[in-house]
Design a protein around this ligand. Sequence first.
Ligand code: G6Q
Length: 553
Amino acid sequence: MTRPDPVRVTELPAWKALAVHSREIERRSLRSLFAEDPDRAWRLSAEGGGLFLDYSKNLITKDILDLLVELARQCHLTDHIETMFRGEHINRTENRAVLHVALRMPRDRTLVVDGTDVVREVHAVLDRMEDFSRRVRDGTFRGATGKPVRNVVNIGIGGSDLGPVMAYEALRSFSDRSRTFRFVSNIDGTDFVEATRDLDPEETLFIVSSKTFTTLETMTNARTAREWLLARLESPDAVKHHFVAVSTNADEVRKFGIDTGNMFGFWDWVGGRYSMDSAIGLSTMIAIGPENFREMLAGFHAMDEHFRITPLEANLPALMGLLVVWYTNFLGAQTVAVLPYDQYLKRFPAYLQQLTMESNGKHVRIDGSPVDTTTGPIYWGEPGTNGQHSFYQLIHQGTRLIPIDFIGFARPRTPLGPHHDILMANLFAQGEALAFGKTADEVRSSGVPEFQVPHRTFEGNRPSNTILAETLSPRTLGALVALYEHSVFTQGIVWGIDSFDQWGVELGKVMAVRIIEELSGKKTDGPPHDTSTSALIRRYRTMREGGEEKGRG
Ligand code: G6Q
C-alpha cells in the first residue's frame, strides 16, 4: 500500500463545519468557556511519553475539538501514520521512505524496508558510535601527538548542526564538563575563527557532519579546519587522528582524506532536520555519554509509540498539530510562539524553526497541485522570562493572534534558592493573564486614572498550550522533539503537502555558486543579472578593493 492520495481538505465536511464554528468562536471568550465547564482544564489535557499537555486555554469548544479530530479522520491521519512507520516512500518528490522513527526503535524490533532490516543497521551504527564515544571519553582515543581529545568541534549546517547544538545546550547538565564542545556552521569565517581561537589542535577532534558531504558551507569550513590543523601539527597522520565524518557519502569522505573507518553512516531515509538522533548526534553522544544518548532515543520512541497507537482524541502530537491548523486556517494566525521556561532550551526555538518551517513551508500539494489553504506558520520564540521584558507586550495587547506553546519543568537541573519557583510562577501567570485578561472594570476598581483605563485593559482570549514534564532529561528531550516532529506530520497530512522535501534549500545550495565566481573575477560572461543585483555586485567589488588599498597603505 502506498500513501493515500491527499484529499482536497477544504471540501471536506469537517472543514466546512469548522469554518462555521470559527465565526461563532469570535463571540465567545475563554472566561465564559471556563465558567461554563468546571471540568475544562481536566477534560482538555492529555499525557504521553512523559509529557503533560494542558490545551484548555485554547479558543475551542467541545464541538470544535470533535470537528478537528473528525477532520484528521477525514484526512486518514491514522493510515498515513501507519504508512510512515511501515517505511513506504511517503516523501514522494524525492521517492524516499521517511523513517526517523526507525532511528529510535529498540534493538529487538525488526523493520524490513526495501529488503533490509533497518533496525539492525541502526543499532550497528549506534554500537560503533558508542565504542568511539567511550574511547574519546575515557581518553584512549588520542590525537596525532598522543594527547587525549579535550575539544570536539562539529562542522555542519542546517539539519547537520541545529539538532546537535540544540541537544548539547539542552543537555549540558549531563555533559562531560572537562571537555569543550563547539559548533561551526556559518560560511562566515568568523564562526570558525571564534570557535577555534583558544583550542589546542593537539587536543581537538573535528566531526564533519554532512549527509551529502558536498554542502558548500560545511566543506569550506572542513577544508579550513584541515588547513588550521596541518599548519599547527606537522604529523602526516594528523587528519586520521583529528577528523571523523558523519555522512551517507563514503566516496566524498574518502576524497576529503578521512579514512572511511572513521566514518559513521546513515541513510537517505533520514531527512537532515530529522537526524539529530542518527549518527549526526555523535557530538551529543560524546558530550552526554552513550547511556544518556540511548535514554534520549527511548524518549523519542515513547512519543513515537504514543503517536502511533493513541486515539486521536488523546494523542498529543495530533492535537497540537490540529490546533495549529485551527489557528492558521480558521482564525488567521500567522505565527506560533514557542516559549520554553528553561535556559537550557535556549536553542530549541531555532531548532524548531527548521523542523517546522522547512517541513511545512510548501505552496503545492504532494501531487503538484496548488494548495488552497495557508500552510506552515512561522515559528519563533525565546526562553522565558527574557521574552516577557521585550515582545510579550505585543502578544498581550497587540492586534495579532499568536498561539503559544509554553514549556516548563517541575524540577530544575540547576536548583538555586528560590529561582525555579519564580521562573515557573511567571510561566503560569503569563498563561493565565493572556487567557483571561483584565477588564476595564477590573482596571478601574484598582483606582487608576480614567485616561489610563483603555491602556491598562487586557482583552484576554490569547491562547496557549502548556507542556509540563518532570525534568529536562535526555528522555524528556527526545519526547519533546518527537512531539513536534509528529505535530508537523499531522499538519502536513491535513494540508496534503510533502513535509519531507526541501527544494527551497536545494535552490539556495546552487544559487550562490555563479556569483562566487563573479566576485572572484573568474567569470564575467554568463547571462546578465537584474540591474539591482549587478549594481550591488559592482559596488561590493569597488568597496572591497578600496578597503584593500587602504589596508596596504
Ligand atoms: C534539512 C535540510 C538541510 C540540510 C543542510 C545540510 O532537512 O536538508 O538543512 O540538513 O543543508 O546538508 P548536508 O547534511 O548534506 O550537509
